[in-house]
Design a protein around this ligand. Structure first.
Ligand code: GLU
Length: 461
């Protein structure tokens, strides 16, 4: 593979729903890969933690990514199926003197941690088992003692890397502590399987959450010990709510599924995510291909990004109002009465689309159009009270003759009363919908059941 080709990946742990922060990570990773030609975006399911990983979350993750339109370029790797590969590489590290068996119990580790904290030192593994002789180690293993495998971090020096977002980073080795590569139950630890898989998949750029920044020096040490090429890492700023605290349930929807269930459209979600922690001069609604062309690593911001419902609603409005007639009907399908004839359905959706941002916004107009004749609201009642003499009678007569034809109704009302402009349209709208605002009447009336306009107008003659 040519070294200049970009390979990125998204590596979720299937222990929950696709959080908006992770969706943004997936988006940026997909965009960076698809920015030039030939790049690849991979998906890897990090399901080594059997207790927390659930198959239903894998299914949901795939469905959410699919809904967003983020397509991956190869069969997803499942870490749970790579145990043999991990075991071989761990043995390799151990044989090379880069890893050692640790027999410390959790109680011992906890005691050591407390002692370090009491002495004002940051807690890290004290190195107890690193000092065992090979013979001591072999004897304890032979006796069946449970052991983890720890990485032997070099005692001196530092790990330096150039973060794609944060610039040069330096970590002193003595601050890292010998970390676990394999748990006592035999399962590989995150640091290890994550780094190894990136290298084996020839990932060139890792974009991931800032919470992983301090993991990176450990992962670079592992890859160096294995003689494998490390990717470049970029750590994306935290996603917060509008108040600056980490995005959580308090802020409303935090997962892709919740937004989807509320009727948000994928393009709207993507357009908001695209601008979270990534500055762009482009203010138009963008397709994924356009976002890929406009995505720039130097435009990734270090400061936390605020998820902003008002911004999301802005993109939702723009997206919804640009839907094709067919897509709009599908989007609002659950809101509509089930047996609505196709002509009325089409007219209704065309009429109300400019008035809705989320499907639930259509409920009011469904009630107005298909429910019983609506009682006029206060301002509508006033408009009806000021209605020119003869207007309503002529309007009702026209509806009797021409059905739900608003032009015929308005023309007749105007000719009979001489009213025009607001004096003509307000009372008509008030009688027909009970409101003084709302969708274009000509279209809305086409959605009404036969005879509905006449029935509503006659109430005020
Ligand atoms: N499974 C890790 C997570 O979901 C992956 C982190 C990474 O992208 O390297 O946080």
């Amino acid at each position: 593979m040519s070294p200049s080709l970009v390979v990125t990946r998204f590596a979720p742990s299937p222990s929950g729903e696709l959080h908006l922060g992770n969706a943004r990570t997936a988006l940026f990773s997909a965009l960076y890969a698809h920015r030039g030609s030939g790049g690849r975006f991979l998906l890897r399911i990090e399901d080594t933690d059997a207790e927390r990983s659930r198959e239903e979350f894998v299914t949901a993750l795939l469905a959410d990514l699919h809904w967003l339109g983020l397509a991956w370029d190869a069969v997803p790797l499942r870490q749970s199926q790579r145990r043999g590969i991990y075991a071989a590489q761990l043995a390799h590290l151990e044989a090379g003197g880069h890893a050692y068996a640790c027999f410390c119990s959790s109680a011992q580790l906890e005691a050591s941690r407390r002692a370090q904290q009491a002495a004002g030192k940051p807690p890290r593994y004290a190195g107890t088992c690193r000092r065992l002789t090979p013979a001591e180690r072999a004897a304890r293993l032979a006796a069946g003692e449970a052991a983890t495998l720890r990485f032997a971090v070099p005692e001196q020096g530092e790990v330096v890397f150039n973060d794609l977002v944060h610039g040069p980073r330096h970590f002193a080795c003595r601050d890292l502590g010998d970390f676990i590569l394999r748990r006592a139950d035999g399962s590989p630890a995150f640091f290890f399987s994550n780094a190894l898989d990136d290298a084996e998949s020839e990932v060139t750029h890792v974009l991931r959450g800032e919470d992983h920044l301090t993991n990176t020096p450990r992962q670079l040490l592992i890859l160096q010990a294995l003689g494998l090429q490390a990717p470049q890492y970029g750590h994306l700023s935290l996603l917060t709510g509008e108040d600056g605290t980490p995005l959580s349930k308090r802020h409303g929807a935090t997962s892709v599924r919740e937004l989807r269930d509320r009727g948000f459209l994928p393009e709207a979600v993507l357009n908001h995510l695209f601008r979270l922690g990534h500055s762009t001069p482009v203010n138009d609604l963008l397709t994924l291909a356009q976002m890929a062309a406009a995505f720039e690593l130097p435009h990734l911001q270090r400061s936390p990004a605020h998820f902003d419902t008002a911004q999301l609603l802005h993109w939702q409005r723009v997206t919804a109002h640009a839907l094709s007639a067919e897509a709009a009907q599908a989007w609002l399908a659950l809101q509509l009465p089930p047996d609505l004839p196709p002509g009325q359905r089409e007219a209704f959706v065309r009429a109300v689309l400019p008035n809705v941002v989320l499907p639930a916004d259509a409920d009011e107009w469904v009630a107005v159009a298909f429910g019983p004749p609506p009682e006029p609201q206060e301002d509508a009642r006033e408009a009806l009270g000021r209605c020119a003499p003869g207007l309503m009678t002529a309007a009702a007569q026209a509806a009797r003759d021409h059905g739900n034809d608003f032009k015929a109704i308005a023309d007749a009302a105007k000719a009979a009363s001489g009213a025009k402009g607001a004096a003509l349209f307000k009372p008509l709208r008030a009688a027909l919908t009970g409101r003084l605002h709302g969708p274009e009447l000509g279209l809305l009336l086409q959605a009404f059941a036969p005879g509905a306009a006449q029935q509503r107008l006659e109430r005020f003659t």
